[in-house]
Design a protein around this ligand. Structure first.
Ligand SMILES: [Zn+2]
Length: 198
């Protein structure tokens, strides 16, 4: 997927060194060098992290839970982080987007997580509102078993017919094979709203 390849070589600079130059004389050491060194280390840490779409972290509630052990000195809240697609990686202060795999280090975050996400990864499909399988915290999926299978069950007695229902099987579910599911008797029930003639 193009999305994942793009994420692999991300260079993100969260630090604004130009604002530090005047401070150098006051501090007695060069903050620009200090920040550059920090940035190099962050880049190395970024390289160690998993790249690409992280299906495991599609759930906002699950992302939120990763912040349980996180000591925050920032203005953002774990709720804002999780809603913006981020989970805590456990490596320094690094948080990562489940969709575009952007890594941010929270000690350098000055704005809301969602704003930095937009700036450093404007093409993230989660931000653009594409269906990437995000499960929002308040998503409650209720299913009525009576109307679950369109056209009735008789239509899907044959495995081939069941397999055909998986045509729109979402990409984030590809870990589960439609072939195995249809062989086991499952059909894919499309969840979007359909127009019905009365
Ligand atoms: Zn993203």
């Amino acid at each position: 997927m193009a999305l994942q390849e793009k994420a692999a070589d991300q260079r993100v600079s969260q630090h604004d060194v130009t604002s530090l130059a005047p401070v150098a004389a006051l501090l007695g050491f060069d903050p620009v060098q200090f920040v550059k060194k920090m940035e190099t280390e962050e880049q190395e840490d970024r390289a160690k992290m998993q790249k690409g779409f992280n299906s495991e972290m599609r759930s906002e509630a699950k992302r939120l839970k990763t912040f349980v052990t996180y000591d925050s000195f920032s203005s953002w809240t774990p709720q804002e982080m999780a809603a913006a697609g981020f989970y805590f990686t456990g490596i320094k202060s690094g948080v990562q987007c489940f969709c575009c795999s952007l890594v941010l280090f929270c000690n350098a975050l000055k704005r809301l997580p969602i704003e930095d996400h937009k700036e450093f990864s404007p093409h993230c499909e989660f931000l653009l509102g594409t269906d990437v399988g995000n499960i929002a915290k308040y998503d409650i999926r209720v299913k009525n078993p009576e109307s679950g299978v369109r056209g009735g069950k008789a239509k899907y007695q044959e495995e081939k017919a069941r397999l055909e229902t998986f045509q729109d099987w979402p990409f984030y579910a590809h870990g589960t094979s439609p072939r195995e599911l249809s062989a086991a008797g499952f059909v894919f029930t499309v969840e979007f709203i359909e127009a019905q003639r009365v």
